[in-house]
Design a protein around this ligand. Structure first.
Ligand SMILES: NC(=O)c1ccc[n+]([C@@H]2O[C@H](COP(=O)([O-])OP(=O)(O)OC[C@H]3O[C@@H](n4cnc5c(N)ncnc54)[C@H](OP(=O)(O)O)[C@@H]3O)[C@@H](O)[C@H]2O)c1
Length: 313
């Protein structure tokens, strides 16, 4: 297939470009700089320059493509964010999605893939959830656009038969992710605190596995059309256990504890409310339907690999 990718130059997108090119697909990446165009061309993809929010341009850029993958995000990398720092991410999720969905409909694409996030399951008191579980109507402000984005896809499936697959990813980690690097640095210095008892489940996915899930969705797309899949590893983990494991693997001192309410002061309630909600996500549906499974089955294998690479770099 000829596959158009927004976000082709991101931590996730670059891996997807490489996998799809190696798998024999023709890859077209949206680029916003000469450096990114150069990287795409060196990695077997065609670079096309354009504005994600310009409907006519995106429809034209994707006119000869069989599939559109919307993987662009603009997650702020600084530790303490204001809600305004999330505006571009919201814009990409709502307006970028509307534009690319419309392009896929006008160009009669065979496949549209949407990057979404398991954090929208919200506070489930640590219970297991799957793709049939209801999504809370009230969300922290930084996740409202993810819920809207999924609704745009569902509406387009119902009204226009959009051949869409939605992938709800667990929290990404990789040695080259700015967020993972910042967290490892803090743990190494012994500065990473655990709020309260830290018994909040996190659902994780190594970015290599996130990319392999996207590539599998492209290869096996007919089995997944119209569906939403959780893409996370097999073992949701308490955030306190994850931090303890990382500190031990790094040879750092044990993370300190502090009262939970300070989370809101340190991160802002818009972020703390999103990342400290507890749910355990099942991944059986994607295993059965698309025949995908993570190579890093738990945080243990995944973080050992990431820490090894991070220490080497
Ligand atoms: N599930 C999760 O946990 C999750 C989800 C999303 C993101 N993240 C965090 O983000 C990182 C990896 O995810 P990622 O690959 O999505 O992020 P990323 O590495 O920041 O890449 C973002 C991609 O989106 C593109 N982009 C940003 N703004 C754009 C705009 N206005 N128009 C068009 N394209 C735009 C970027 O293009 P340029 O190269 O031109 O900037 C880049 O290709 C990780 O560090 C991860 O922690 C996590």
């Amino acid at each position: 297939m000829r596959v158009f990718i927004s976000g082709a130059t991101g931590v996730l997108g670059r891996r997807v470009v490489q996998r799809l090119s190696e798998g024999g697909h023709e890859v077209v990446g949206l680029s916003r700089s000469q450096a990114n165009s150069g990287w795409l061309e060196q990695n077997g993809a065609e670079a096309r320059t354009g504005d994600l929010f310009d409907q006519e341009q995106m429809t034209e850029l994707t006119a000869d493509c069989d599939a559109i993958l919307h993987l662009a995000t603009a997650i702020p990398t600084k530790a303490r964010t204001k809600t305004a720092d999330w505006q571009m991410n919201d814009h990409i999720r709502r307006d970028g999605t509307r534009v690319l969905v419309e392009a896929a409909i006008r160009n009669k694409c065979k496949l549209y893939v949407q990057q979404s996030i398991t954090l929208i399951y919200g506070e489930q008191n640590g219970n297991w959830v799957d793709e049939e579980s209801s999504i809370p109507a009230k969300q922290p402000s930084i996740l409202e656009s993810a819920v809207d984005m999924e609704q745009i896809i569902q509406d387009a499936i119902q009204q226009h038969d959009l051949p869409a697959i939605t992938l709800r990813f667990g929290s990404f980690y990789s040695h080259d992710s700015a967020q993972t690097q910042a967290m490892l640095q803090l743990v190494q210095k012994g500065f990473f605190p655990i709020a309260g008892d830290g018994q909040v489940y996190w659902n994780l996915i190594h970015v290599d596995d996130a990319a392999s899930a996207v590539a599998t969705a492209v290869d096996n797309y007919q089995a997944g059309l119209g569906e939403t899949f959780n893409i996370c590893d097999d073992e949701p983990v308490y955030y306190s256990e994850l931090m303890r494991f990382i500190a031990e693997t790094l040879g750092a001192r044990k993370p300190v504890r502090f009262p939970r309410f300070l989370n809101n002061l340190m991160l802002g309630s818009h972020v703390a409310g999103a990342i400290f909600a507890s749910a355990r996500c099942r991944n059986e549906k994607v295993k059965e339907t698309l025949e995908w499974k993570p190579r890093f089955e738990s945080y243990r294998e995944g973080y050992r690999s990431v820490i090894g690479k991070w220490l080497e770099s």
